[in-house]
Structure formats: structure tokens, C-alpha cells
Design a protein around this ligand. Structure first.
Ligand code: PXP
Length: 243
């Protein structure tokens, strides 16, 4: 059964809009834990536009949730991760001007830097995932550089408009999942997933973790975060092939 890691970055986005102390991401993480989520995903961006260093430290310390730290492949971020020791680091590409993560990490171009980072993180017993587009060459490069896992970018699927595009992008995710599993990688998925489009992806099976943020935090405005996370977990469970 796939597990849900709730990305709570946008709880911090609301707080940072006023530079005050609410809403608190630690409280958000506890609500996710009470909902039955298995983890939280926190993207510590280089510009610190939402989640702050202290948030990550507190969430990791206070909750029993799996902590998936998303960071750019830079020396200061790797140093932060080595100090924090989260359960998993997901390496993502990052551009300052983007609204959210665009595209996947280019594991071919960055293979040397990626390989060095994986070695350091693994030595500290931190698992490493690379956020990549669902393409065989990127999966192969993630595997060659020693990554433990990959997170398949579901943005193309989420943005697909026609039935044909949706079917094609879903097939791309499915083939990428198969290729990743054949290479011995753990396969996650995320980006742009919501209450309307999660069903077909969850039904593929073989994807151990879903990292979902914006849609859950958006729904939480109306029903509360615990309920919003519960509803997403229920959809994942209902659509998983084991059910
Ligand atoms: N996975 C990765 C690697 C991301 O960068 C993000 C966005 O921060 C997510 C998942 C969550 O995406 P969304 O907020 O669209 O659910």
C-alpha cells in the first residue's frame, strides 16, 4: 500500500506572508500524524520563502513521522541534512524565480555532484531520492549514482488536459515505475497530485510513497488539515491495487 507524506510547506507560506508565528508547521505535522499520514515532506528552499531551518528541526524532533527533507543539490543544503539526519533526503532542482519546483533533477548532467552527495548522505545513514522526470535515462543515472529511491515527477500527468494526454502521461509513469523497480530502486511519486487525479496513479501500484502538498493544504482551509489528510489517505487506499 502506498503511503502519504504530506508536504506542509504552504502552512509556512501563510505564516511567512505576515512574518508572525501562526499557523505553525509543527502543529500541522501533528495533525497529519493524527490523520494517519506516514510522513511529512519539507522543502527547505534556498530563499527560505516558506519552511525555515528551525521548522524542520522542530518537526523532526517533535513528531514520530518519517521526515522527507527536500533540498537543492548544494553544499550548504547537504551540510544541513547531514546535521539534521532526516529519514530521507529528496534532491530537487531549484530556481529562485519559480513558483514551485519545475522539471526534474538532471541526474545525467549532475552525476558527479549527485554521486558525491549520495555517498556523504548514505554514510550518515540517510536515504536519498532524486526527483526526476519519468524517463529511462534519468532513472538509469539515479541508479548509477547510488540513489536509494526516485520520486517520479507527476506534473505532466497533473497538467494533461485531454484523455489521450492523461493516458500517455500515466503510461510514462507506469513504464518509469517498472524500470525503476527493475533497477532495484524504491519508487515514489509527487507533484500536482490532488483529490481528482490521485485515483489512477494510486491504482498503478508499486509506488511506495506519495508526496502531496498544495491540494491537501488548500482543502484544509475548508475542512481542517487532519480531515484533508484523512481524505487523501482514504483515496490512496481505495484505489490501491491490493484493495
Ligand atoms: N514532490 C516534490 C519533489 C516537490 O518539489 C513538491 C512541491 O514542493 C511536491 C512533491 C508536492 O507538490 P504539490 O504541492 O503540487 O502536491
Amino acid at each position: 500500500m502506498s503511503k502519504l507524506n504530506v508536504n506542509i510547506d504552504h502552512v509556512a507560506t501563510i505564516r511567512q506572508a505576515r512574518q508572525v508565528d501562526e499557523p505553525n508547521p509543527v502543529w500541522a505535522a501533528v495533525e497529519c500524524e493524527l490523520a494517519g499520514a506516514s510522513g511529512v515532506t519539507l522543502h527547505l528552499r534556498e530563499d527560505r520563502r516558506h519552511i525555515q531551518d528551525r521548522d524542520v528541526e522542530l518537526v523532526h524532533e517533535v513528531t514520530g513521522l518519517k521526515c522527507n527533507l527536500e533540498i537543492a543539490l548544494t553544499d550548504p543544503m547537504i551540510r544541513f541534512a547531514l546535521k539534521l539526519k532526516p529519514d530521507m533526503v529528496t534532491l530537487v532542482p531549484e530556481k529562485r524565480e519559480e513558483l514551485t519546483t519545475e522539471g526534474g533533477l538532471d541526474c545525467i548532467k549532475l552525476s558527479k555532484r549527485l554521486g558525491n552527495a549520495v555517498k556523504k548522505l548514505n554514510k550518515a545513514r540517510i536515504k536519498v531520492s532524486a526527483f526526476i522526470v519519468p524517463q529511462a535515462d534519468q532513472i538509469q543515472a539515479s541508479c548509477d549514482t547510488g540513489c536509494d529511491a526516485i520520486e517520479l515527477h507527476t506534473g505532466m500527468y497533473a497538467n494533461a488536459k485531454s484523455d489521450r494526454q492523461i493516458a500517455k502521461t500515466l503510461r510514462d509513469i507506469e513504464s518509469a515505475r517498472d524500470y525503476g523497480l527493475e533497477q532495484g530502486l524504491v519508487v515514489h511519486a509527487g507533484h500536482g497530485l490532488n483529490y481528482r487525479n490521485i485515483g489512477p496513479v494510486a491504482a498503478l501500484g508499486g509506488l511506495t510513497d506519495f508526496n502531496i502538498g498544495h491540494s491537501i493544504v488548500s482543502r484544509s482551509v475548508f475542512v481542517g488539515l487532519r480531515q484533508a489528510a484523512k481524505e487523501m489517505i482514504a483515496l490512496i487506499e481505495k484505489n490501491s491495487p491490493s484493495n
